[in-house]
Design a protein around this ligand. Structure first.
Ligand code: BGP
Length: 482
């Protein structure tokens, strides 16, 4: 859309950066923390790149003061981090761990000391292992009650200071990797029925948490963050256009419609019925989902790339073993769902070393789509570039990351001009972190951390990258000096 004059970003725009407990904290068994699903999963041989774990990660647990100070220097307005459920409840339910509660108190207070607004994610994939042992974790409806109990403790304890809450991080990703692709815990493959049942439990946990928060703090803003890869049809062949609709319904709207409307897309339900997949629900679930949807304040969006969609015949490609987790460009396979769609590469777009399509316009596309469909404000809770960074003369020169972020921010500004209400933009990530399946060599941070795949392999020293200083100017100019 051609808009003659840009109004720029809103005055109170929250420039941020993000992390997640398992990827940064380390201290996996310290101060009373219980084990999480990831603590256990990474120990299974062959699951992660070179067997990397988050046992130490980048030691944010002990170095959070240094990290927050670095955030303050560039004037960060918000820090998005997640709470580790098993630090608060080592068994997931039952006994509370005061030391765990204290850690996040300290972190929140440290942010506030520098006028950095804490943006807190309640669930960034680290399910307490004990709940899996007790009843199968998300597979049991019991997980809803235990999650909501954990959520309420966090709201009542931190809600006086935390006004931005993200309940679930990328429900679409952790459930599909966990129950369809076998690449995240619990490592199940093509367990379609359980995949949809687990999703229903997670939706209910999200919905009850939204209702609980609003009852305690009606001034708090709440939503969940979705990994949104908007799609383009490969050609204007009608069968490709319809496959794009199937993809959108089953890969995107299936989640966003529930958060925003409190209902599942009809086409998806018909598809599931045809496969004999019936989601078990309580009679009051639909009502709860609808009531929570009315109270959701924003759609959280983690944006990395767009997807291209073409028709996939019934004997066509499947979704297994397609990912490039090595960083060897060109090794990602075409994947898809037989009979529905496949996702070929987009020849118009450059790719990262892990074959993720680089598409700044896709971020605007995502915001426009959400604005048209849901009319909700948006928080970009993650966006960033995973790359091999090199340290030279003690410095990290990452102009490629600056290019990536600049082009995405430009498109986001256009989205604001086109009427999208964008509240915040968080770079993924603030420091380098453990990339779940890709080890430490896939770096996203504005701040470099001296470590590699082997445990105890570096000093864990923080070194701000070129992109860190660049982002400082972006924040100071409220997105004008790019
Ligand atoms: C999102 C996750 C983050 C982060 C990011 C980059 O899916 O919410 O936790 O890891 O993607 O992904 P990856 O580390 O696989 O490159």
């Amino acid at each position: 859309m051609y808009i003659k004059e840009s109004k720029g970003f809103p005055e109170d725009f929250l420039w941020g950066a993000a992390s997640a407990a398992y990827q940064v904290e380390g201290a996996y068994d310290e101060d009373g923390k219980g084990l999480s699903s990831w603590d256990a999963f990474v120990k299974i041989p062959g699951k992660t790149f070179k067997g990397t774990t988050g046992d130490v990660a980048v030691d944010h647990y002990h170095r959070y003061k240094e990290d927050v100070k670095l955030m303050a220097y560039i004037g960060l307005k918000t820090y998005r981090f997640s709470i580790s459920w098993s630090r608060i409840f080592p068994e997931g339910n039952g006994k509370l761990n005061e030391k765990g509660l204290q850690f996040y108190d300290d972190l929140i207070n440290e942010c506030i000391k520098y006028k950095i607004k804490p943006m807190v994610t309640l669930y960034h994939w680290d399910m307490p292992q004990s709940l899996i042992d007790q009843y199968g974790g998300w597979e049991s409806r019991q997980s809803v009650d235990d999650f909501v109990n954990y959520a309420k403790v966090c709201f009542s304890h931190y809600g006086d200071r935390v006004k931005h809450w993200i309940i679930m991080n990328e429900q679409n990703v952790f459930t599909s990797h966990g129950w369809m692709l076998g690449t995240h815990p619990p490592g199940k493959i093509n367990d379609l029925k359980m995949f949809y049942q687990v999703n229903h439990h997670v939706f209910m946990a999200h919905a009850y948490s939204v209702l609980a928060l609003k009852e305690m703090y009606d001034d708090a803003l709440v939503g969940s963050s979705f990994a949104f890869s908007p799609s383009y049809a490969l050609t204007n062949k009608p069968e490709d256009a319809l496959s794009k609709q199937d993809y959108d319904t089953l890969q995107s709207y299936y989640w966003m419609d529930v958060y925003a409307y409190g209902r599942y897309p009809r086409a998806a339900l018909s598809y599931l019925e045809s496969l004999n997949v019936k989601i078990e629900m309580e009679p009051w679930d639909e009502d709860i989902l609808k009531r929570s949807a009315l109270l959701v304040d924003f759609m959280g969006v983690n944006y990395y790339q767009t997807t291209t969609v073409a028709y996939n015949p019934p004997q066509g490609v499947n979704n297994l073993n397609g990912e490039n987790n090595s960083g060897k460009k060109g090794t990602k396979a075409v994947t898809g769902i037989p009979g529905l769609y496949m996702n070929p590469s987009n020849d118009f777009l450059d790719k990262t070393d892990w074959d993720w399509a680089i598409d700044p316009s896709g971020l605007r596309f995502a915001c426009r789509d959400i604005t048209s469909r849901y009319d909700l404000p948006i928080i970009i809770s993650e966006n960033g570039l995973g790359a091999f960074d090199k340290i030279e003369d003690g410095k990290i020169h990452d102009p490629y990351r600056v290019d990536y972020l600049r082009e995405h921010i430009k498109e986001l500004k256009k989205a604001c001009d086109e009427g999208c209400r964008i509240l915040s933009y968080c770079v993924w990530s603030f420091t380098d972190v453990l990339s779940w399946l890709n080890g430490y060599q896939k770096r996203y941070g504005l701040v470099y951390v001296d470590r590699n795949e082997e445990e105890n392999s570096g000093t864990l020293k923080r070194i701000p990258k070129y992109s860190y200083y660049w982002y400082k100017k972006v924040i100071e100019s409220n997105g004008e000096n790019l």
